[in-house]
Design a protein around this ligand. Sequence first.
Ligand code: SF4
Length: 218
Amino acid sequence: MTRETLTEIYQLLFERFGPQHWWPGQTQFEIITGAILTQNTNWTNVEKAIANLKSADLLGAESLRDIEVKELAELIRPAGYFNVKAKRLKSFVDWLFDNYAGKLTELQNVATGQLRTELLAIKGVGPETADSILLYAFDRPVFVVDAYTARVAVRHGLIEPEADYEQLRDLFQSNLPQDVQLFNEYHALLVRVGKEFCRPKARCAGCPLEKLPHSVGD
Ligand code: SF4
């Protein structure tokens, strides 16, 4: 039942919204940088910060390792929480140099579970950031969940409101085929419906999921 519902949700969202073309980013390194910068801010601000890094020719592991943290913070200022995020970018790059000679290519053969554990051990990298990096930068079949995912899943009776990140991730990951492209598109579609319809105050009228059983509790 859960399996069928999750598949139907995907189909309805895809029929309405079409492909979302995530994750915007020209290189693996840019996707990772975006995943770290997007915490607690919107994507437009991240784009400005990434544009600054690009014009300063800093969108690479070596250049980010060598730049002063203060200078980096100034460049990524548009992304908000720039001092904290500069340290997080530095932590990621330090981990990459300490363990993998600063090369993302070295991560290709690391098993997904191990890579996830290592990413989560980097200061400031939480589950959503780690999973976004795994899915969008490394094409690993890991389902990314967030507040939008939780809202839709709870309102459609797929999970209890108290469910934590891992339970929510498991709901999707263990009931869907392990398909990177599907996971990629599904997450993006949930974000889209969450922003446009499934807001804190739900706008069910006209929502692509309106015909499925749901309860918004208000
Ligand atoms: S807005 Fe309503 S119909 Fe749409 S996803 Fe949320 S609860 Fe479901």
